[in-house]
Design a protein around this ligand. Sequence first.
Ligand code: ATP
Length: 330
Amino acid sequence: RNFFSSSSVPELKNGHFGQVRELLERASGTRWAGKFLKIRRSSCSRLGLDRSSVEREVEVLQALQHPNIMALRHVFESRAEVVLILELISGGELFDFIADKENLLESEAIVFMEQILEGVGFMHSKHIAHFDLKPENIMLSDKEAPKPNIKLIDFGLAHRFLPGEEYRSMGGTPQYIPPEVINHEPLSTPFYSLLRLSGLSPFQGETNEETLRNVVAMNYKFDERYFSTTSNMAKDFIQKLLVKNPNDRLTAEECLNHPWIKPLTRKQVANRNRSSINMKNFKKFNARRKWKMSYNMVWVCNRLCRLRLLGKSSTDPDEELVRPLCKHTV
Ligand code: ATP
């Protein structure tokens, strides 16, 4: 009742499980982001989410009130849908902001890294792991601000851990997957995912199999072609995250105290200011990432259109998409 959404207000994005739209709060005129999540109708339905997984996302967001984490303002729910009213983050993705730059010093990149670490460190202090930390989920509250503020979003896969509890995962992209996932061992504080944010993996092989072998054997190198402008402190920071035993990796708090993030001497400060990010490589990585995202989106749209054609006799739009799949699964 208090919220107003209109077609003149832009749709922010379609996620895998719903739509994110800009909303206006009637009373105050404040702009919010509304994340509309469809609830699965039955266990046979392939569309939508289990209510329990949406409740987990809500519970996680309620526990995470931090300047670098997107805030949850309110939740509305019906039988078929849950709407999360979220802080509107209007500065776009961090990686797009960086890719628009001609140059980026390490000291400028560290300002962002520090905020990511603050957000992730807070999450871990509450025994919550994100499990989907990737460039699309790191946004800026306002990119025009002199010091843009990082906001971590999308807690759809986040999990709360009880100390000592084990969690195993099978997913990931070969060059960014931690060895414990390949070896089916329990996950620990997933600091490994910071590697994904560098945009380049030192484990990269000619094929996926070779890359996975390199990860398991911890066989990596900083190729001069890509890392020639990288400071030794940055390489040391990365090396301390690329440790096979998760318990020996730096924690978020330890990362924040590493001299690359928090330099102790003038020489270390000068080192950071002299070194820079390889922008040619970064822009290439970002363009490829965007291309892959639109390719995936087209693939999903085509698939939905095909399913819609198959089920056109139904009067219920959801059932149109679901019924042909259910027939096969039953
Ligand atoms: P996916 O699994 O496809 O990444 P999802 O269904 O889990 O998506 P989100 O990642 O939470 O949904 O949101 C989808 C997109 O909507 C985001 O990538 C982002 O561009 C936009 N978005 C999400 N939350 C906000 C917000 N609070 N403010 C502005 N834009 C947002």
